[in-house]
Design a protein around this ligand. Structure first.
Ligand code: PHE
Length: 360
């Protein structure tokens, strides 16, 4: 049959010249596709004499095989080349230093939690954590708040659902971080020095209350801990946190079931010109509840109250964040409004520490 050599030359050259997979596919269809040139030639076999057919058939088949294998070879070469090109252009230098991303900011609650943690770490306090869905026992009973105690009602507790017929007391969304006192005592025994920051929940909502907010608990237990230690630790904290040298704290006698004696602590401040200044003026601002850990609470935590005493305090993180950074409405903390976050957020790569400054 005429022209087969020309056909071979044309397609072998075409395959070699194809520069990408699309071009190669075009050539495949033209040459060996169902309606391609080889198929047309195959069809001509039908009009040939048997001798001719015997001579031409195998030649045609061989040509088809030859083109097919050239196509396959070229296809592999093209995809290798494409991969090499990708590897060449998409490389990444993993040794480069990180670039600051000015778009995201650290939420004031996270920032203040870091600041508080840095200050107490410097005084030897470790961080302890507990679950937000807490057993009734850890949240209340172990803290000397028995079933009939009015504090249970006052706290506007969220109760979890129990299966029908399950008579056990329901779990609660913890109403304070104080259950982490119990967990820390049971876990590590005395002596203890921990702070426990975290989320707490109460069914309450207005300008200064949200159903979820944040507290940080403090707990120090040893053989010779007194109210004097509590006072010193809190004064150190307030000085470092508000970044002022002169602070004055006022301890007001109070009552909590889990401490005896108990005190609420206010700081001296001024609101002159609508701006809060800590350490001067004639106003007092309550920032936390505190006291000496009640013997029954030590007992519930497996600690011998005849040998050990301790102090505890609980402070509102959101509240001290509002005070330090002049944020007027608590609810805005949890609105996720980007404009608010950009205004009150902190640069993402600055870690608060006592030496570099807490709130650069
Ligand atoms: N748990 C108390 C509250 O939420 C605060 C507190 C903690 C008081 C520890 C005394 C000791 O109001």
């Amino acid at each position: 049959m005429d022209g087969l050599d020309a056909l071979r030359a044309k397609y072998i050259a075409g395959v070699a010249a194809a520069s990408d997979e699309a071009a190669l596919e075009d050539i495949r269809l033209q040459a060996v596709g169902k309606k391609g040139e080889i198929a047309l030639k195959m069809r001509e076999l039908g009009q040939m004499s048997p001798e001719e057919r015997q001579a031409v058939g195998p030649v045609l088949n061989a040509l088809k095989d030859e083109i097919n294998s050239a196509l396959a070879g070229k296809k592999a070469a093209l995809s290798d080349a494409a991969l090499n090109e990708r590897l060449r252009t998409e490389w990444l230098d993993v040794t480069l230093p990180g670039r600051p991303r000015p778009n995201g900011t650290i939420h004031p609650i996270s920032q203040v939690t870091e600041e508080v943690t840095a200050i107490f770490a410097d005084m030897g306090f470790a961080v302890a954590e507990g679950p937000q869905i807490e057993s009734d026992w850890h949240n209340f009973d172990a803290l000397n708040i028995p079933g009939h105690h009015p504090a249970r009602g006052e706290m506007d507790t969220f109760y979890m659902h129990r299966a029908e017929g399950d008579e056990r007391p329901p779990h609660v969304l913890r109403t304070h971080t104080s259950p982490v006192q119990i967990r820390s005592m049971l876990k590590q025994g005395a002596p203890i020095r921990v702070i426990c920051p975290g989320r707490v929940y109460r069914a309450d909502y207005d300008q200064t209350h949200t159903p979820m907010f944040h507290q940080v608990e403090g707990l120090a237990i040893d053989t010779d801990i007194s109210m004097a230690n509590l006072k010193w630790v809190l004064e150190e904290f307030v000085r470092a946190y508000f970044e002022v040298d002169n602070v004055e704290l006022r301890f007001r006698a109070s009552h909590f079931p889990f401490t005896e004696p108990s005190a609420e602590v206010d700081i001296r401040c001024s609101w002159a010109g609508g701006q809060l200044k800590v350490g001067e003026g004639d106003d007092w601002l309550e920032i936390l509840g505190s006291g000496m850990v009640h013997p029954k609470v030590l007992q519930a935590g497996g600690i011998d109250p005849n040998k050990y005493q301790g102090f505890a305090f609980g402070m509102g993180i959101d509240r001290i964040a509002m005070l330090k950074y002049g944020i007027p409405d608590l609810r805005a903390f949890f609105d996720s409004d980007l404009r608010w976050l950009r205004n009150y957020g902190f640069a993402s790569l600055d870690q608060p520490n006592l030496h570099g400054g807490l709130s650069r």
